[in-house]
Write a protein that binds this ligand. Structure first.
Ligand SMILES: NC(=O)c1ccc[n+]([C@@H]2O[C@H](COP(=O)([O-])OP(=O)(O)OC[C@H]3O[C@@H](n4cnc5c(N)ncnc54)[C@H](OP(=O)(O)O)[C@@H]3O)[C@@H](O)[C@H]2O)c1
Length: 258
């Protein structure tokens, strides 16, 4: 299968690297197109056989799948330029552009379309990647899951959940980082060097996430294990609640849900 990626920025570049590192698409079957050359040269230096170009038409004319990884406001311009045929699978990474809008931009009807929302951890192959499909067969959906499960964890969800899920995952990674930053600030005030504080908090966050994922449990179960009656941790938990932690997180996720 030949894949064209339009846009070699944070997302397009990380997807290109992830595909090259993966087992499903050979680097020589990937064409990466970008407006300017610097990002293309950087990827070419890592993966010599990937094909790079600044010509979007040339990139897509022989592609079975076209991944659009430009900013949302450029999606229509790129589609008008490349004019996908109905046989080409179109994958949009653009946040906030729904299937109806994408279909209206395509020159003909009937394309299989995927919406894909990774988060920035895709650069480390640790993304939570959301996938929704329109006009796709179960085999096409499975292929997308297989490809993006190699870059972290991929979940196929209905489009109606895309906005809420994007808020929890793509924006949500920023909220998790905000907790890390806040905890580091506390550590520094308490006399820990910033770099040590970063390692302490980040590894604790990673451990917390692994406990939930590997035990397939609820956070309350793991919190309960840490809270000795009359101990220090429950005082901290109650202080978080008294200061509106849960309400603030819920409000942040709801307010970033388009
Ligand atoms: N960042 C995130 O966390 C995130 C998460 C989920 C989804 N997304 C979505 O991913 C998409 C890309 O975001 P990003 O963060 O990767 O943006 P980005 O880093 O700015 O990358 C966009 C790339 O597109 C290139 N480009 C612009 N116009 C082009 C054209 N006409 N033809 C070919 N290439 C063109 C740019 O080239 P230059 O090098 O010349 O500027 C740039 O390298 C957006 O639609 C966004 O909604 C982002």
């Amino acid at each position: 299968m030949k894949v064209a990626i339009i846009g070699a920025g944070n997302m397009g570049g990380a997807i290109a690297r992830g595909l090259c590192n993966g087992s499903i698409i050979a680097p020589e079957d990937i064409v990466l197109s970008n407006r300017s050359v610097a990002k293309l040269d950087a990827i070419k230096a890592q993966y010599a056989t990937i094909v790079t170009t600044c010509d979007n038409r040339q990139a897509t004319c022989h592609a079975d799948m076209i991944i659009l990884a430009v900013k949302p406001w450029l999606i229509k311009t790129v589609i008008d330029e490349i004019k996908p045929t109905p046989e080409q699978v179109v994958v949009s990474v653009a946040a906030g552009i729904d299937f109806d809008s994408l279909e209206a931009m395509l020159p003909q009807c009937g394309n299989t379309i995927f919406r894909l929302i990774p988060n920035t951890a895709i650069s480390l192959q640790e993304s939570l990647t959301l996938i929704s499909s329109r006009n796709a067969t179960p085999e096409q959906e499975q292929l997308m899951l297989d490809i993006f499960n190699e870059m972290g964890v991929a979940m196929l969800i209905p489009e109606s959940q895309m906005s809420a899920a994007t808020s929890m995952t793509s924006s949500g990674i920023a909220y998790a980082l905000k907790y890390i930053q806040a905890a580091m600030q506390a550590g520094v005030e308490l006399g820990i060097y910033p770099h040590d504080a970063m390692k302490m908090v980040a590894q604790s966050m990673k451990g917390a996430a692994e406990l939930i994922l590997q035990n397939d449990t609820h956070p309350a179960v793991e919190i309960d294990k840490v809270c000795t009656p009359g101990g220090y941790t429950i005082k901290g938990i109650n202080s978080l609640e008294a200061n509106g932690f849960t309400a603030a997180v819920i409000e942040a996720i709801k307010s970033s849900c388009s």
